[in-house]
Design a protein around this ligand. Sequence first.
Ligand code: CA
Length: 410
Amino acid sequence: MKTKFHLIAVAFGIIMTASCSKPGLDDETIIDPTIGPGVESNPPNTNYTAAFKGQTRIQAVRTTTAFQGTAISTGLTAPWGITALPDGRLLITQKAGTMRIATTSGALSNAITGLPAVNPSGQGGLLGLCIDPQFSSNRMIYWVFSENVSGGTQTSVAKGRLAQNEQVLENVTVIYRAGPAYNGTLHYGGRILFDRTGNLIVSTGERSDLPTRPLAQSVTSGLGKIIRITTNGLPAPGNPSFSTAGALPELYSIGHRNPQGLAVHPATGEIWQSEHGPRGGDELNRLQGGRNYGWPTITYGIEYSGAAIGAPIQQQNGMEQPAYYWDPVISPSGMTFYTGNRIAEWQNNLFIGSLSATHIVRLVIDNNRVVGEERLLASENQRFRDITQGIDNALYAITDGGRLYRIDRS
Ligand SMILES: [Ca+2]
């Protein structure tokens, strides 16, 4: 079987080389997903039909460059977000409410304090973070956290300045709160990044429970949304306008469940997003302002009880299809596009931490479609929560179990 597959692959590769070249793909890579097997060997949870070929279970690809992932630290406590500082070190959030700085050899600072209290129950806590594009001069950091407020908890965004002694954050202010408050511990979303216009993109969850779930479709609610705000927490200039009366001006896109991954595509500047779906419905989305990404009206998943969700329907006019989905789920979390020069074949590929399937996803993307999937570091059996590219062009990933991995050419 393997030999036969290889022969087909080689034959197809010759045709590909002779006819055209696909950026991001090796010459012998098959581009027709009906030819090669994917990385998933388990049966799907649903019998739903994809909207287009290659929307799920794309063919497997394999990195040919020798590389290795090494746990350079095991001393973190429930890390959630990681980003590179201009000097090459890594700034990491820990769920209980502190940050740490790690060197690229894995030495950890003491906990950085001075942040507002978080509610760390369930999926809450100190979540994603990003640094200001002018961090070298202003030392500003932005982060997402679950905040105790009247009526329950909320996904909130704060900013603060890293003190020169690197032990505390100064001048901390909460700049945005995604209401309404809800008394629950699930689906906070929690990722944040700067887009190319210098505004903040923030993901919020719909808080999971049946009473709040429909709010993902409501433009008067901050739940289940992608939010676009200035560094002062105000609606960003140029935001799309949703026509319904009372629509929140900070909304960028709607209809999200629990998005825990955001990344800027290095070639297009568009925001890509990963989202925890229900059973069988984890998604990768290419975000466009003003669009509706469907939850809970359309989904490729089912309830964890096995019941259908809604009608059930998977496609509807006026609602966006995911660029890709996973069934069974992998629980996609933080993600980054690779733009480094250490592993040339990874250029512009997307790397996503998988929690429940315990690996790092590598996706080859061509013309906004996923054309290949690979599982990295699966033998480590770690829940990968976030991943970023270092200044040294290696990838750095954190796990729920407290590890920091460096992934680079051997
Ligand atoms: Ca969706």
